[in-house]
Design a protein around this ligand. Structure first.
Ligand code: FAD
Ligand code: FES
Length: 266
């Protein structure tokens, strides 16, 4: 693969990015650092559609951008090995190259938040990574951030220390082996703070809870997953229904992955 290959097809951007480093940060969870010009265009909450470097895998794999380092043209991705595609990613080493489409999707709307504002971040499991860039950017503006993270067990806890640099962090585990026993609702239901915005990403059950709890909040956002094929809005493999409509749908790859609460059926 030619490491200098870059092309734009309409609004779709493809680039062969260089692997800067890769590290296993928790059992089966890897942090991959990539370098390339595409970083300049990245926003918090967008994702990259990664070609698996193996000809047997035709579909790209979507992975969220965890943090963005524009001065160094680098971005961080954090992913869990689920199947054969992510297993192949986990074997990438420094100075390998990866064919990347992106940045894809809309990202989180972080506008109009300043040092008078209070924001709640809610992340679950491998949904935590995209919230790191949100925390970084809002902290720079002086926003007061509270983060609630939910994991299955102690071994699965990631990014607690990194998020603690920017926010007050509460951790829950389902089995009580770390932090508060239970899920994020145990913490969130006790808050009496009026948050100006809520940003969340996690498993379907957590997203349903946030969608219900903050249904009518004007600035509550869910970052959602769906099985994807093209990843660029063309195939409609990733659609979600819209409330009270049989015909209108939303594509997670193009209209999302970030949606306001109350705007899609979960
Ligand atoms: C917008 C978006 C952002 C994501 N961000 C992250 C992230 O930051 N970190 C992370 O660990 N995972 C993330 N995922 C999930 C990740 O894409 C899947 O775990 C991955 O595609 C699995 O590929 P595989 O070949 O290892 O697994 P396999 O099960 O072998 O995959 C088979 C097929 O199913 C698709 N697939 C499997 N699981 C998912 C899933 N949960 N969502 C979408 N497609 C899936 C694969 O892309 C592939 O086409 C994200 C998914 C989406 C939609
Ligand atoms: S994956 Fe093709 S439209 Fe979303």
């Amino acid at each position: 693969m030619n490491p200098n290959c870059k092309k734009r097809m309409g609004a779709i951007r493809l680039e062969v990015m260089r692997v800067v480093s890769q590290e296993e940060i928790a059992p089966a969870i890897f942090e991959l650092v990539l370098e390339g010009e595409m970083v300049e265009a990245m926003k918090a909450g967008q994702f990259l559609h990664l070609r698996v470097p193996d000809d047997a895998h035709l579909l790209r794999r979507p992975i969220s951008i965890s943090s963005i380092d524009k001065p160094n043209n680098q971005c961080h991705l954090i992913y869990r090995v689920e199947g054969s595609g992510t297993a192949i990613f986990s074997r990438l080493k420094a100075d390998d190259f990866l064919d990347v489409m992106g940045p894809q999707g809309n990202g989180f709307d972080l506008s109009e938040l300043d040092d008078y504002c209070k924001v709640l971040l809610v992340g679950g499991g491998i949904g935590v990574p995209p919230l790191l860039e949100v925390a970084k950017q809002l902290h720079e503006r002086g926003v007061e951030i509270t983060t609630v993270l939910g994991f299955s067990t102690k071994d699965a806890v990631i990014l607690e220390d990194e998020l603690a640099k920017y926010s007050q962090v509460f951790v829950t585990t389902d089995d009580g082996t770390y932090g508060i026993k239970g899920n994020v609702s145990v913490v969130i239901n006790e808050f009496d703070t009026e948050f100006d915005a809520i940003y969340s990403c996690g498993a379907p059950g957590m997203m349903k809870y946030i969608n219900q709890t903050f249904h009518d909040h004007p600035r509550a956002y869910l970052s959602l997953e769906s099985r994807m094929a093209c990843g660029m809005g063309a195939c409609y493999a990733c659609v979600l229904k819209v409330p009270d409509s049989e015909i209108v749908s939303q594509r997670v790859c193009e209209d999302g992955p970030v949606f306001k609460t109350g705007t899609v059926v979960l």
